[in-house]
Design a protein around this ligand. Sequence first.
Ligand code: ZN
Ligand code: ZN
Length: 271
Amino acid sequence: MTKNKNKLTILGSGTSTGIPMIGCKCSVCNSPLKENHRLRSSIHLETVKGSSIIVDTTPDLRHQLLRHEINKVDLAFITHDHADHTHGIDDLRPLTFPPHGKSIPIYTYSECAAQLTKKFSYIFKAHEQLPNIGGGIPRLHLQTVEIGTKNIINGEEFEFLLLNHGHTQTLGIIHQKMAYIIDCHELTDDQINYLRDKELDLLILDCVTDRVHKTHLWQERSFEYISRISPKECGLIHMNHTLEHEQLKTDAKKAFSFPVYPTFDSQILYY
Ligand SMILES: [Zn+2]
Ligand SMILES: [Zn+2]
């Protein structure tokens, strides 16, 4: 049955610090429960058509690729240019090595592409750098996506939303009946209606903390949006150490009549 479905692996479910956070003595950071151990947020898609897609290149990317034996990546999406979503970009390098590796396209929205070009000029402006006499740079090239219309990428249909993330914006990604909505502070009514009209099978939604937050969705607002978007199933992601796995699971179970749950690292979902 799952052969006809797209496979989504949670490579990381945690906020920017990862959980445990270095130096923290709280009960979540010291929890023995493996679901409370969270690498930085990222997903891997293996589509029915055979595409292997990474969303975000976290500082944990090397570990995430090794752990899941991901040896081929056809493309990556970068949701936005924050460090916890981009600073592992160099770990794509072995996948681009000759003879089998080829340049991997990195898809994002235009302002983010400009920021990535600045931050990683040694990759994206390699021609302006000194001649390479070392181990080589990752062969990656930037591509920009169109917002609010269908994009065909690697033979797959995607749609994108630009989301409010405080000082910056984030790319929301829709593939068939799945939406990945991360690092956003609020959705507009139009975006909520758009997502509701998609009749999603699976929504993966930002939920950073148990209290009001200035750049992310927090538990109360995430729950409100889930009710309004009304997917068949919803996984919460990007949790910090105020959210304990079992507690959040219980809260979500109480609040909804359909499956809503905190995701955890290495969880596999299908849509
Ligand atoms: Zn983040
Ligand atoms: Zn962010």
